[in-house]
Ligand binder design. Structure first.
Ligand SMILES: C[S@@+](CC[C@H](N)C(=O)[O-])C[C@H]1O[C@@H](n2cnc3c(N)ncnc32)[C@H](O)[C@@H]1O
Length: 477
């Protein structure tokens, strides 16, 4: 059901027979609870159409003119519920006699929203239950409203810690599963983090907890256009601790779409980790002559291309940016506007370019396990089976980069994932072929603490406040 139909508003006129004249009658009543309604509609779009919560929610808030406290509540409820849905389902499942898979999808989304309010907010229980039952009644009918009421009352009989204790007593022999449950991660993701960290204790717990929190917004002060100090002063943010071009915005900073510095193209939203790896790709030491031709082999939507383009402009280099998807190549073109960047739609595995590049960045398509904080529902969508296809593509893109770079030139391989198969596994395979020497990437992250033993760099939300970005720097023999 569309947004407007649910609300009983008139639709846009359609071609075809004239509709019967509308009966005169009272206007549709205003929505009683706009914040919960918008949260619920977003969660429905996520489960029904695989929509992204972080795209749908701002759009619905804007269309329905929801601002201020209602918008803040809607955001908290939507993202919180989406992130915690694995844990919420485990709890709801214990309150439904016939099992979770017998529950209608509309009702299940409402139950998740209600359970989240009961367990993780200070909203009074009667308000959490009554508002959820209203949503169920409106969208699924009165018959199931009683069922939703009964389930939520059972959920509310215990707090989150008591539920966790009960669930954990059943899974006591699997500490990883317990930790995954507590931090709202699928077990396989928790295991991937553990393997990368080499830890199943406090470090893993800290990583998963940080990954369960909403990230701060980071800005890139475009190199050569505005300094980080100036951008911090303009936006009221703080200069980032590690990236020379980064600014951290305070949580709850105003509407970015209204910000002049962004509209004027002086700055853009970009995680500090992305800034750091892009800068590293431009600074890695070359051997031999020349540092003028740079290649960005997987460019869309253009975040790192902007860093490359700005720094190329400063140093007199040019950038070729390759992207296989036309619509993403368009985003790159829009992002790099006046910079010395040429955007090409091509498959990076065989882009039809002349070789001899001094620098190549391979920011490869990946599982995105390092950026789960940004897309609240993403952790429940990804599957371990996705990894094998990705690593094959990553290896092929890397092999193409070695064909295109000159001897002595540098290939920087980046993924936004800590999964070992996508990170060290892909590089180890290339190193085995003996085409390149692995450089110590830590040297290219000055001032960044906790980078381990090298030679690769793995950033982490709990250590660096960034996405879990991986960076390997190699030089062709
Ligand atoms: C991780 S994203 C790159 C992010 C980008 N560098 C940035 O900073 O905004 C990977 C990109 O690679 C593109 N891609 C996937 N397969 C590709 C291929 N065979 N050749 C070139 N690009 C590819 C995807 O469409 C996606 O835009």
């Amino acid at each position: 059901m569309t947004d407007d139909r649910r609300r009983g508003r008139s639709q846009r006129p359609q071609r075809g027979p004239r509709p019967a004249p509308r009966k005169q009658g009272p206007k549709a009543p205003p929505v009683r609870d706009p914040a919960r309604r918008v949260a619920f509609d977003t969660l429905r779009a996520v489960s029904e159409r695989d929509a992204y919560a972080n795209l749908i929610l701002p759009e619905l808030l804007r269309r329905r003119r929801i601002t201020g406290r209602d918008a803040a509540l809607a955001t908290e409820l939507t993202y919180g519920t989406a992130r915690a849905s694995g844990l919420l389902d485990a709890i709801i499942g214990r309150c439904v006699d016939r099992g979770l898979d017998t529950v209608d999808a509309v009702v299940l989304d409402a139950l998740r929203l209600g359970a989240y309010q009961l367990l993780r907010t200070r909203i009074p229980p009667h308000a959490a239950v009554a508002s959820t039952v209203d949503l169920v009644r409106e969208d699924a009918g009165s018959r199931v409203a009683g069922f939703a009421n009964a389930v939520l009352r059972r959920v509310g009989e215990k707090d989150e810690q008591e539920w966790l204790a009960e669930l954990e007593s059943e899974a006591a022999s699997d500490p990883l599963a317990l930790l995954a449950l507590r931090t709202s991660h699928p077990r396989w993701v928790a295991r991937a983090f553990a393997e990368s960290l080499g830890d199943k204790g406090d470090d893993l717990r800290a990583a998963l907890e940080a990954d369960d929190a909403r990230p701060a917004v980071h800005l890139l002060a475009k190199p050569g256009q505005v300094s980080a100090d100036e951008l911090a002063a303009i936006t009221g943010g703080d200069v980032a601790p590690y990236s020379p071009y980064g600014v951290h915005l305070p949580s709850g900073a105003g509407d970015l779409a209204q910000s002049d510095v962004l509209n004027e193209g002086l700055a853009t939203v970009q995680d500090e980790g992305s800034q750091l790896v892009a800068v590293a790709a431009t600074k890695a030491p070359l051997s031999g002559q020349g540092d003028e031709r740079w290649l960005d082999l997987c460019a869309g939507p253009g975040g790192k291309t902007v860093v490359l383009g700005c720094l190329a402009q400063v140093s007199g280099a040019t950038v070729d940016a390759v992207e296989v998807a036309e619509h993403r190549a368009k985003l790159v073109r829009e992002a790099v506007d006046d910079l010395p960047v040429t955007v090409r739609v091509a498959d990076g595995r065989d882009p039809g370019l002349d070789g001899g590049y001094d620098r190549v960045l391979v920011d490869a398509p990946c599982s995105g396990l390092g950026a789960l904080r940004r897309r609240p529902e993403a952790r429940w969508r990804k599957q371990p089976g996705d990894i094998a296809d990705l690593t094959r593509l990553q290896a092929e893109l890397l092999a193409s980069a070695y064909r295109l770079v000159r001897p002595g030139g540098v290939v920087t391989y980046v993924v936004c994932s800590p999964h070992l198969a996508e990170t060290e596994g892909v590089i180890a395979e290339a190193a085995r072929r003996g085409e390149a020497d692995v450089l110590d990437a830590r040297d290219l992250f000055p001032g960044v603490p906790d980078l381990g033993n090298g030679p690769f760099v793995q950033l982490w939300p709990h250590r660096h406040g960034t996405d879990a970005m991986f960076c390997a720097v190699t030089r062709k023999r």
